[in-house]
Design a protein around this ligand. Structure first.
Ligand code: ADP
Length: 400
């Protein structure tokens, strides 16, 4: 069978995650991360043939320089020979992209035009695209957008109650993120539940450093908790999630905060970190909670309460519920958070299977409830890279 290896690139604001994987099986040939880019500590870590390597990049290495080094590694190991496409995770596609696309000059222009909506990420995504175009000039380059899956949201779900001109003239609306992950785990859940994806009412909770919840009805996203930016919605590692917008006035007028300081406060100093005064890392907070740290317990209470409330709210767009999916580092591993959330949602008829819940970690997936009727709760490890590789391979095979 024809090899269907895809290089997947995910350029963050100061990082570059990469993988080469088989689009059919999901098997990974090489995976890695360039981190602390544009700083003294810029470095590249990768895992190839069971060997883990870490090397320093030159100080202040850019995304472009990290990709140049990655291309050297790929070519030195002759990995480019089986590549059929490069798949790029692009954070924001605005209203322009409802699905993945082969990258053309027009597509790049639209990604550039959307920079005002994702000023940290879309520029890095464009650097990754242009570097990959130069290095692999014969391969189709495919963009997979974090926002695309949510473009099916109805207008009443994506509009803010603001003067309509802000939407018409400046694109101020809810877009949602983590779309690739929500789409992937929802399809996997349909397989586990042995039901057609297009017939199900599902809620997926992607709980990593960023957290979002999506309502998926008959195979499409009908609402999601993140908005114009990834700040809206449930409590996250360092992001506040929903707050009263009146807070802006309070902070500026009463405490003299600048817009930049408020942005940093809400994005980097809030969430689990701000509440616990300890860490944004859920493992650290759980350990502290178990050791009797009251502040850590409070952070978990707020996190779980707000999450359960968001999940319950999504019965409105769904009208019914067949499955609740937990994914992301916290969703896939935290027995405690799943238990607390499911306990708060008992009115749905969930009966937690404690053994299944305690075993669902480190990549184990499956149903963690045992009720005979009503919705089931599931743990499904996300795999955004595989979803990106599958989309990239499918589009590449159309244009080859
Ligand atoms: P990202 O959004 O950066 O991809 P991840 O999906 O890897 O993040 O999730 C990171 C979060 O998952 C961290 O808060 C981490 O503490 C949490 N996590 C990982 N393993 C566990 C665990 N065993 N128990 C609780 N939380 C965990």
């Amino acid at each position: 069978m024809l090899d269907q290896h895809v290089l997947v690139l995910n350029c963050g604001s100061s990082s570059l995650k990469f993988a080469i994987l088989d689009a059919q099986s999901g098997d990974e040939l090489i995976t890695g991360l360039a981190e602390c880019l544009i700083s003294e500590d810029a470095r590249l870590k990768y895992s190839y043939q069971g060997q883990k390597q870490t090397e320093s990049l030159i100080a202040n290495a850019s995304h472009q320089q990290a990709i140049t080094r990655l291309v050297d590694i790929i070519k030195a190991n002759k990995l480019e020979r089986s590549l059929i496409a490069v798949g790029h995770r692009v954070v924001h596609g605005g209203e322009h992209f409802t699905q993945s696309v082969v990258i053309t000059e027009h597509v790049k222009q639209v990604i550039a035009d959307t920079i005002s909506l994702a000023p940290l990420h879309n520029p890095a995504n464009l650097v990754g695209i242009e570097a990959a175009e130069k290095a692999f000039d014969t391969l189709p380059q495919v963009a997979v957008f974090d926002t695309a899956f949510h473009q099916t949201m109805p207008k009443h779900a994506y509009l803010y109650a603001l003067p309509y001109e802000l939407y018409q003239q400046h694109g101020v609306r809810r877009y949602g993120f983590h779309g690739t992950s929500h789409h992937y785990v929802a399809k996997q859940a349909a397989t586990v539940l042995q039901q057609p994806f297009e017939t199900l009412a599902l809620i997926s909770a992607h709980l990593g450093n960023g957290c979002s919840v999506t309502a998926i009805k008959n195979g499409v996203s009908v609402d999601t908790s993140m908005g114009l930016t990834p700040l809206e919605g449930v409590v996250m590692g360092t992001r506040s999630g929903d707050i009263d917008p009146g807070l802006f006035n309070f902070l500026t007028q009463q405490l003299g905060y600048s817009a930049v300081k408020i942005d940093t406060l809400l994005n980097k100093q809030s969430g689990l970190l701000g509440l616990s005064k300890l860490s944004n890392d859920c493992r650290t907070i759980e350990d502290a909670h178990l050791a009797g740290n009251a502040q850590a317990s409070l952070a978990l209470e707020v996190f779980c309460y707000r999450l359960a409330k968001q999940i319950a709210a999504y019965v409105v767009p769904l009208g019914t519920l067949d499955g609740l999916i937990f994914t992301g580092g916290i969703g896939e591993n935290s027995q405690l958070i799943r238990q607390k959330v499911i306990d708060s949602l008992n009115f749905f008829g969930f009966k937690l299977n404690e053994q299944a819940n305690s075993q669902a970690r480190f990549g184990q997936s499956g149903v963690i409830t045992s009720n005979q009727t009503g919705p089931q709760a599931l743990v499904i490890p996300t795999n955004e890279e595989w979803m990106i590789a599958r989309d990239a391979a499918a589009l590449a095979l159309e244009v080859i």
